[in-house]
Design a protein around this ligand. Sequence first.
Ligand code: DP6
Length: 326
Amino acid sequence: MSRARAVTHPNIALSKYWGKRAGEGNMPAVPSLSVALSGMHTETVCEVLPSLAEDELVLDGGPMAANGRERCAALLDRVRARVDSPARARVVSRNDFPTGAGLASSASGFAALALAAVRAYGLDASIAEVSDLARRSSASAARSLFGGFAELAPPPDAGATFLAATPLAGPDAVPLRVLVCVVTESAKDVPSTAGMNRTRDHSPFYAAWLDEAPRVHAALRAALLAGDLPGVGELAERSALAMHASAIAAGVIYFGAPTLAILSAVRGLRARGIGAWATIDAGPHVKVLVDEADRARVASALHGIPGVLRVIEARPAAAPTVEVTP
Ligand code: DP6
């Protein structure tokens, strides 16, 4: 029993996961493809302490909120069951970017917790098994166990219980830079699990999304493997807009006024021949995909948009790290 420290990166989906398969186990209904982002980190230390009566969970300097606590304790319980240990843990986690605001903090957070907990409890698990463990807590987290570009496809078998993300390409597959336009520091109103379930239950366009998502995913995957950045960018924007169209029809609206202003600026840049494409997750921020050669001029255009608080510049990240300390 020991102490382990994991550092992971958030990932953003270029082709989006939105919707779960019916049944237990948090299985995605559609395939997704993501890129891990450097310049943004979750650092999680997990310390196994048999003297504790219950898990101690600290996030960004304060006790974790109830919903987060339950999901983290459930992940720790799964690890404990595998090594047959009753010992509780102290977990201290910190994000260097806004938490719970649609910047994929749950992806990097559950990936870091899974990695740190597995090592701290001495569970002999492969990276695929750690990815599967993270997926059960938050499906996008399965992809944050890998650097570069990763993929999470629904299992072919309806009864499957194991599902891990797989690495698809290294960080240099395309000369991509991601300009993350932060438009609020506060947490989102509708967490992604609730948003996608509401979309499934109330959107007249959910079936169309389930039909479209695998096609966009396959085309995007091919563009990435061919090194075609404009293809990747166009398809990523298409995936995001289709996902949000289905959500908006169910009243799940993550866009704010700055979101639309940034989208419009990105489309304006494209009309002037500059390669820039937008993607948006379960929050109002916009992540702008650009060729590294256009990074500076696109960033300066984005800085001037009303409502943009700051722009974080990221490139495809390397794999996460974990170290065990006695
Ligand atoms: C819009 O992975 O947060 O970011 O599995 O219910 O925890 P749960 O959902 P989560 O959803 C992420 C949704 C998304 C798209 C994506 O990352 O693929």
